[in-house]
Design a protein around this ligand. Structure first.
Ligand code: SF4
Length: 104
């Protein structure tokens, strides 16, 4: 068993010495590749978050007359799509009117 382990270590040692000249450039490329992948992932996540936020801001329900602000029934007209992305082109959207109830 020790003879096999010694042979394996000798093989590994020979292999490391054989690739020594290209090891430094290879590690440099791998390190920069990882850094570029990490940066790419962060940029992609930020872009996706911005795209998602823009999509969510297109939901018209908070500015609709029929929006109740009640968690149990957000909208009596379209209760299944209220406050979801499906409500973006809601045919029943009616812009909120500012009604001043003060009679002074
Ligand atoms: S009618 Fe349409 S836009 Fe208005 S609150 Fe209901 S789902 Fe939203």
């Amino acid at each position: 068993m020790d003879g096999v382990a010694l042979t394996v270590f000798q093989l590994i040692s020979f292999f490391i010495h054989a690739i020594q000249p290209i090891l430094v450039p290879l590690c440099l490329l791998l390190a920069w590749g990882l850094m570029i992948l990490l940066l790419w992932s962060v940029i992609a996540a930020i872009a996706d978050t911005i795209r998602r936020a823009q999509q969510m801001h297109k939901i018209p329900c908070p500015n609709c007359t029929f929006f109740t602000k009640n968690y149990h029934l957000k909208c009596p007209v379209q209760p299944l799509i209220a406050l979801s992305e499906q409500a973006i082109n809601c045919p029943d959207f009616c812009a909120t009117r500012n009604i001043n109830w003060d009679t002074d």
